[in-house]
Design a protein around this ligand. Structure first.
Ligand code: PMP
Length: 293
């Protein structure tokens, strides 16, 4: 069965939908997207934090001056329709707002399209495996001069380049610093360090406003841990008791070393394990919001 996708209000078989070489977003990296998970809860797919992802999609579009050609409700329905049409239960869902053909000038701002794609999400090879991070020379640009923290397609040039750098240098992923040299995040995950039983993570002004990050902060506080959102100097990572990453795709991902130096609790990582388990508990017990299909 070929994958079914949703574009501009219609479900269609993915192979019938092609982007032309004249596509504006393809050339200029101009678009905004989301990465959403649905989980198998008692055999039914439950989409996690859909409203928060739609909020962020709208904020990202706003930051890059892109007006979606559809409504939040239409995308929310499309997410469910694509899951049903493909019979996906555990899945990764990717709504994307982008421009179609038109390479005349950078002023072109039409036609606007929205698509919702999804793919089956089986356990990934990194599940449970601790990551080796390397501090990359690539930095997130100054948010004053670039929409650094919109979830915009063009921003992933940096994430992609840093990931390639990490792989070539024997790391699993890169730590990106921000324009002032403080820790920002990994290529597509937020970063936390644990010091003396408390969590420290860069403030939202220095990283993508991660939805998993917010969930983990809430769980940590409910467990009585202190969470400090403050600037982190790269050298502090080398002295952390534990480091972990968070994202919709990789959930709570332990880190075993930074720049080749193991974190002090790299063997046991009690706080990371506790928060990973709390996250698992949340996703295993999702229920449909009232009124949803
Ligand atoms: N930072 C970046 C750059 C990302 O691409 C992602 C993935 N969306 C994250 C952090 C984590 O965000 P979330 O927890 O919302 O998936």
């Amino acid at each position: 069965m070929s994958t079914i996708i949703w574009t501009d209000g219609r479900l269609e078989a993915a192979p019938h939908r092609q982007i032309s070489l004249w596509n504006h977003s393809f050339h200029y990296g101009y678009g905004a997207f989301e990465g959403i998970r649905s989980y198998n809860v008692a055999g039914k797919s439950q989409v996690f934090m859909l409203e928060k992802h739609l909020d962020r999609l709208w904020t990202s579009c706003d930051e890059i001056g892109l007006t979606p050609n559809t409504t939040r409700e239409a995308i929310a329905d499309a997410v469910h329709e694509v899951l049903w049409a493909n019979e996906f239960v555990d899945a990764y869902i990717r709504p994307i707002v982008f421009l179609g053909d038109g390479l005349g000038t950078l002023r072109d701002s039409r036609p606007i399209h929205t698509a919702v794609l999804a793919w089956q999400w089986d356990a990934k090879e990194e599940n449970g495996r601790a990551f080796k991070l390397g501090i990359s020379r690539y930095r997130r640009p100054d948010p004053q001069s670039y929409p650094s923290f919109a979830k915009a397609t063009g921003n992933y040039l940096l994430s992609k380049t840093a990931t390639l750098w990490a792989t070539e240098n024997g790391y699993d992923d890169a730590v990106l610093l921000d324009h002032e040299g403080f820790v920002s995040e990994a290529s597509a995950q937020n970063l936390f360090m644990v010091l003396d039983g408390n969590l420290i993570t860069p403030p939202e002004s220095r990283c993508l406003k991660g939805i998993t990050r917010a969930t983990v902060i809430q769980s940590a506080r409910s467990e009585g841990l202190e969470v400090h959102e403050r600037n982190i100097a790269p050298a502090e990572l080398l002295n952390a008791d534990e480091v972990f990453l968070t994202s919709t795709a990789s959930e709570v991902l332990p880190v075993e070393s930074v720049d080749g130096q193991p974190t002090r609790q790299s063997e046991h990582q009690p706080v990371t394990k506790l928060l990973a388990q709390k996250y698992k508990d949340i996703t295993e017990n999702l229920t449909s919001p009232a009124g949803s299909k």
